[in-house]
Design a protein around this ligand. Structure first.
Ligand code: HEC
Length: 154
């Protein structure tokens, strides 16, 4: 059994060690070498696409980065996924889903028919492409897609 004094030392020591580990990992995460976001590739089209994403409540049914609703598929790596499924035509398929005047419903559940213009659909694709290129340490990774190596494994 620990004495009261030993228990206090154990508690303070443990707290200090985990606090230092936390600070260390925070500094590590924010260091420039470990930057896993690809914010330097954020194009005007991707920004417009994000705006369309926000203003059309895509997250009311879908998730990106695991955030949103679970009615319809996760879309973080949707370009990769549909490229594999449709032999490289993923972007074209997504554009036709977004530009369709009738609701897309391949498996019974319905999406909103957005009837987007070509430009709007292009912008959403640019946004999904940008999101898909964020290095997420393997989250949502699609088998058969050769992605850039994680900075952590350099
Ligand atoms: C009312 C719910 C709903 C909303 C809102 C919605 N979707 Fe969908 N979406 C769906 C459903 C349902 C599917 C088809 C799922 C399936 O394969 O069965 C789908 C499919 C998709 C797909 C193809 C996914 C795949 O893996 O095949 C893309 C891309 C997509 N939606 C993008 C969007 C975008 C972008 C928005 C916003 C502009 C949006 N969706 C808004 C319900 C929705």
């Amino acid at each position: 059994m620990l004495s009261k004094k030993q228990a206090r030392a154990f508690f303070l020591g443990g707290t200090l060690v985990t606090f230092l580990v936390f600070i260390g990992l925070t500094i590590y995460s924010f260091s420039v070498d470990n930057d896993q976001t690809n914010h330097d590739q954020l194009s005007d089209a991707a920004i417009r696409g994000k705006y369309i994403w926000e203003t059309n409540n895509c997250m009311g049914c879908h998730t990106v980065l695991g955030e949103g609703a679970y009615y319809a598929p996760e879309l973080t790596k949707v370009i990769d996924r549909l490229n594999v499924k449709y032999n490289g035509a993923g972007e074209a398929v997504i554009k036709s889903i977004l530009m369709s005047p009738v609701p897309w419903q391949p498996n019974g559940r319905k999406m909103v028919a957005y009837n987007m213009t070509d430009q709007e659909a292009e912008d959403v694709v640019a946004f999904l492409k940008w999101i898909g290129n964020i290095d997420l340490n393997g989250f949502g990774e699609v088998v058969g897609v050769d992605r850039k190596v994680s900075p952590l494994s350099k």
